[in-house]
Design a protein around this ligand. Structure first.
Ligand code: GRG
Length: 293
């Protein structure tokens, strides 16, 4: 199977799983369920589900178990996007090429969409397809990665940093929490869904995730200044306008490109112990660095 064919088959499975694990629009409160589905379905690159499936293939995880974990990861990710776009945070009106949830619906609905997606993620993760011991391990991974010592904590640092000069280590800490923690969880959750990996395998996967997570952010900063809103599906040039520190603002465009290429090599190097079995993870590292949106 080529990488494109593999990606297509995973993306189809993940779309089906999201459809399955989200409450139907016909269930009351219908408007909230409609808004949750508006936010989640039919958009986004699905990077976290792809990482989860690729890591799960390393440990022989069953595809339907990876679907549940992937749906949970994507719901947490989308909750964070919906809240991040609200006027009290980034105040954005375009996401995944569509009006943001608070624009399409209203602010209170956007708040509830995020809240409900967060809860629904844990409903998906505790579905019967996963053994109870796996459920507990995965719930812990996702809760830690999305809470105050993960994504929400990173967002707090981000909000506090507006208009301030951050050093490069401070910028890295912010991104390690804000975006890196959930990407790392995607890889760990995929691996933990199959035969439990040993400590050295998890360490290698964490090193891979650290490089991919940072590369993801560096490329995001590059695209923010080099690509238009229509291609990105979100407002381009917003970081600079909002006075947010970015890799491009701290080290410049050329050095940011060189850093992304270095992180891609670091990600590949971290996968060495797995040999050819890690081919999909290696290809995903390339995708993250070479993406255009
Ligand atoms: C509100 C608790 C809380 C957290 C928000 C993820 C996040 C934290 C904010 C998003 C702001 C942002 C643009 C971060 C930069 C990197 C990033 C996560 C981009 C969006 O993720 P993609 O590119 O989006 O995976 P798609 O739409 O493809 O899923």
């Amino acid at each position: 199977m080529t990488f494109e064919q593999w990606m297509r088959s995973v993306l189809d499975r993940v779309e089906g799983a999201l459809e399955q694990y989200l409450p139907a629009e016909s269930i009351e409160p219908a408007r909230l369920h409609e808004a949750m589905r508006y936010a989640v379905l039919g958009g986004g690159k699905r990077v976290r589900p792809l990482l989860c499936h690729a890591a799960g293939e390393l440990t022989g995880a069953k595809a339907e178990c990876l679907d549940a974990a992937s749906a949970a990861l994507e719901m947490i990710h989308v909750y964070s996007l919906v809240h991040d776009d609200m006027p009290c945070m980034d105040d954005d009106d375009l996401r995944r090429g569509k009006p943001t949830v608070h624009v399409q619906y209203d602010e209170a609905t956007a708040l509830l969409v995020g809240d409900a997606l967060q809860s629904q993620a844990f409903v998906a993760l505790t579905s019967d397809v996963l053994e109870p011991a796996k459920q507990a391990a995965l719930v812990r991974e996702l809760a830690l990665a999305s809470g105050s010592i993960g994504m929400a904590g990173g967002q707090a640092i981000d909000l506090a940093s507006v208009g301030h000069t951050l050093t490069r280590p401070q910028l890295e800490t912010m991104h390690r929490l804000k975006t890196g923690a959930l990407l790392r969880a995607a890889v760990r959750m995929g691996a933990l869904t199959g035969d439990t990996p040993d400590a050295s395998a998890l360490q290698a996967l964490d090193a891979y995730s650290a490089a991919v997570g940072l590369a993801f952010q560096v490329v995001d900063d590059i695209l923010d200044v080099t690509t238009d809103s229509a291609t990105l599906g979100k407002t381009a040039g917003k970081d600079a306008k909002d006075g947010k520190p970015t890799y491009v603002s701290i080290i410049g465009l050329d050095a940011s490109r060189a850093l992304a290429a270095q992180l891609r090599s670091d990600a590949h190097a971290a996968l060495a112990p797995f040999g050819a079995r890690a081919q999909r993870l290696a290809e995903l590292a390339d995708l993250v660095v070479n993406r255009v949106s």
